[in-house]
Design a binder for this molecule. Structure first.
Ligand SMILES: Cc1cc2nc3c(=O)[nH]c(=O)nc-3n(C[C@H](O)[C@H](O)[C@H](O)COP(=O)(O)OP(=O)(O)OC[C@H]3O[C@@H](n4cnc5c(N)ncnc54)[C@H](O)[C@@H]3O)c2cc1C
Length: 487
């Protein structure tokens, strides 16, 4: 059927059904707005289909295999064999369950679902192009629009994603056999998470990074255990290098890399920067050098919405763009490009459209990376708090002093809490170690509620748990930790 030029109307048009868009649509539906959600590909966006969920599924599965095969100390002798195709099937099952759930939730909340690609046509109209069976296009009139078109992996010259041995993160997560060798370009969180997955599956992994260390933007003491464990897994690093080209030499590919002109300092963890060009042989090369906003395919000019010079749509604290009736949420609206940040912005946009006094508070925004060990942060670091004019007190608790961490066989890392010296308010927290991504939630809540380190220290925590480490770090900030020396 060709849909033709029928025009329909909606209060709220949401473009993109990732965690920012579908959450905005559901919230708008809950608020009794007439809402239409357009998606060109798959419900759940990058997060559910080829990002957060599939990567965490594979991280968990490879951890199970790796831990079982490395538990001699606990008296377990095992040599697990991994069937990657089956593992990927299991991961796909998890994804299908979640994406199906999104569709059902949208329908249950009265959201009209449209499959197609949206582009703006005018100040209050968009064109939806359908492909496949319903080929053709239709026009839709909206009172408000929420742009939630997300981001895509950045391509670098010489490494086009269509070329078979060159993988983006989505393709890497869909491999059905374990490569013997893999070059990963980029030591950001996606590169590091996937490097660990493949190293644990037995792949020889080499990471090339332009900067002088892993995970730019994170403090040295948080990165140190991650770098150490990656090295223990056999991952080889070359810092200060830019990948320049690859070619097929008949028995795999060779990746060439040049010394980066200037390996920018990323706050320390300086590694010796080599000077000779590199040649690395591998079966695949995974390019994970960052993501860019999908804002150039929308005809934003037709509606008058502006972007910054990187293509991100600029918004205020209510997710509103420079055009009053158009909102932007999620990755397309800028850093941090994280699913939960997009979902929060989506909820706020829907509430603002419904006339509620909602606004976004980025102060307690957590971030987690699922490297081995995990890193998680919320609020300010010690130096950010100092830059903001606070006199601070800091409490730290190492997992090697935690009974629970020792019983899991995973006791690297620490919990660190930064608090305001005069009032004791928790300003920020950084954790590296087991379950850091879960433990950070308590400290995010503390920041959100304006709790003090005394509050955290006085909260009785279950024994033996990893979360006791949070309480101990708070006690350490106050100078009366029980299980560490208060120095
Ligand atoms: C490998 C990987 C691992 C990640 N891990 C994490 C993690 O652990 N935690 C975390 O918080 N974040 C993680 N992320 C980031 C997270 O996936 C994104 O921040 C999140 O998906 C952004 O949500 P979004 O709704 O803004 O955009 P997206 O999820 O990108 O969704 C945008 C949607 O819009 C659709 N679309 C685009 N243009 C149009 C159009 N014109 N018309 C109709 N539809 C359109 C797209 O098809 C897509 O479905 C990861 C990302 C990757 C790639």
């Amino acid at each position: 059927m060709v849909v033709g030029d029928v025009t329909t109307g909606t209060d709220v048009l949401v473009i993109g059904a990732g965690p920012a868009g579908y959450v905005a649509a559901i919230r708008a539906g809950q608020l009794d707005l007439d809402v239409t959600l357009v998606e060109k590909d798959a419900y759940g966006g990058a997060c559910l289909n080829h990002g957060c969920i599939p990567s965490k599924a594979l991280i968990t599965a490879t951890d199970v295999a790796h831990e079982a095969g490395n538990a001699e100390e606990m008296g377990i002798h095992a040599d697990p064999a991994v069937d990657l195709a089956k593992m990927v099937d299991w991961k796909d099952g998890v994804v299908d369950q979640l994406t199906g759930g999104v569709e059902k939730l949208c329908k249950a909340n009265g959201v009209n679902l449209l499959e197609g690609t949206a582009t703006f046509d005018g100040e209050n109209t968009a064109r939806i192009s359908h492909s496949g069976e319903g080929q053709g296009s239709e026009s839709i009139e909206f009172e408000h629009a929420i742009v939630a078109t997300g981001s895509r992996p950045i391509e670098i010259p010489g490494f086009e994603y269509g070329d078979e041995p060159v993988l983006d993160s989505k393709q890497a997560l869909a491999l059905d056999s374990v490569p013997d060798s893999l070059v990963v370009v980029g030591a950001g969180y996606i590169g590091m998470e996937l490097a660990s997955v493949f190293a644990k599956l037995g792949t020889d992994v080499t990471v090339i990074e332009m900067l002088d260390g892993i995970l730019p933007g994170y403090d040295d003491d948080l990165k140190r255990p991650v770098k150490q464990r990656a090295t223990d897994l056999g991952i080889e690093f070359h810092f200060g290098y830019t990948a320049s080209e690859w070619y097929d030499h008949g028995d795999g590919i060779r990746v060439e890399a040049e010394p980066a002109e200037q390996a920018a300092a990323d706050g320390g963890q300086a590694e010796a920067v080599e000077a000779e060009p590199l040649e690395l042989d591998a079966e695949h090369v995974l390019v994970a050098v960052g993501r860019e906003p999908v804002s150039d395919t929308l005809d934003l000019e037709a509606v008058g919405v502006e972007t910054d010079d990187r293509g991100f749509i600029e918004t205020d604290s209510r997710a509103r763009t420079n055009v009053d009736h158009v909102f932007a949420v999620g990755d397309v609206a800028g850093e941090p490009m994280l699913a939960h940040k997009g979902s929060m912005e989506g909820q706020v946009a829907a509430e603002v459209i419904a006339g509620e006094p909602a606004a976004i508070d980025y102060q307690a925004m957590p971030a987690a990376i699922f490297t081995d060990p995990e890193i998680a942060t919320a609020g300010m670091t010690e130096s950010e708090a100092a830059d903001a004019g606070f006199e601070t007190i800091v409490g730290k608790f190492p997992f090697r002093a935690s009974g629970r961490a020792l019983t899991t066989g995973d006791a690297d890392g620490f919990v660190k809490i930064v608090a305001d010296e005069s009032e004791g308010y928790v300003l920020g927290a950084q954790i590296v170690g087991p379950e850091a991504s879960e433990l950070i939630a308590e400290l995010g809540l503390a920041i959100e509620l304006g709790a003090t380190v005394e509050d955290v220290a006085a909260t009785v925590h279950t024994h033996p748990t990893l979360s006791e480490s949070v309480m101990e770090a708070a006690e350490n900030a106050l100078g009366h930790a029980i299980h560490t020396l208060n120095r």
